[in-house]
Design a protein around this ligand. Structure first.
Ligand code: E4P
Length: 221
């Protein structure tokens, strides 16, 4: 399973990229709004900051509701930085979002269909040509449904039908989600920076480092 970072914060993106674990970035209107910056400018900065990843998701704005409106926004987004090949257009899972997906996929543009909450939605998005589908596990857990189970089922369905759309486990809230979606067959988990820090750490690692430091004696020359 690969890691994407789920943020529009440039410092966090740069830190995760330096660690060498990053395969992509996902943003959404809420994450961009939190940064208080111009959307297109931030996407341009992110694309520049992470040249070796496979995908940077830029979501159409909430003003774009019809396929025509989404396509118009996507056509501007794909021009950023002279047409960076890593840009991925993120569209909501609606009929207009699917129409946009098919249009962009036929043009060779990567699409991430977001706000997936059922297996059928994932199947439709894959058939519309999505490069990625994003099931939101945390938000399903919030309403007492099993988000990881959804990822398991989508992974099985894509395997049985030989669909090459990649599953991005999204709305990941804690380290156990990461382990469980990796075991469930997610291709990617998109996670906040805080989770990267959490899964890198273990108290016994810290204790071990302290003990090695305490035991260390400089060799005599
Ligand atoms: C993914 O693409 C979304 O940006 C994100 O994972 C949503 O997470 P949330 O449910 O914690 O807002």
């Amino acid at each position: 399973m690969k890691f994407f970072i789920d943020t529009a914060n440039l410092d966090e993106i740069k830190k995760a990229y330096r660690i060498g674990i990053l395969s992509g970035v996902t943003t959404n209107p809420s994450l961009v709004a939190k940064e208080g910056v111009k959307f297109e400018d931030r996407i341009a900065e992110i694309l520049q900051a992470v040249p070796k990843v496979e995908s940077v998701s830029a979501e159409v704005t909430p003003h774009a509701v019809t396929a025509e409106e989404m396509i118009a926004e996507a056509n501007e987004l794909i021009k950023i930085n002279g047409g960076d090949k890593n840009i991925t257009i993120k569209v909501p899972m609606t009929l207009d979002g699917l129409e946009t997906t098919r249009y962009l996929a036929d043009k060779g543009v990567k699409v991430n269909v977001t706000l997936i909450f059922t297996v059928n939605q994932a199947l439709l998005a894959a058939r519309a040509g999505a490069t990625y589908v994003s099931p939101f596990l945390g938000r399903l857990d919030d309403i007492s449904e099993d988000g990881v189970q959804l990822v398991t089922k989508i992974a099985e369905l894509f395997r049985v039908h030989n669909l090459d759309t990649q599953i991005i486990a999204a709305s990941v809230r804690h380290p156990d989600h990461v382990t469980r979606v990796a075991m469930a067959g997610a291709d990617i988990a998109t996670v906040p920076y805080k989770i990267i820090e959490q899964i890198a750490k273990h108290p016994l690692t810290d204790q071990g480092i302290e003990k090695f430091a305490a035991d260390w004696v400089e060799p005599k020359k």
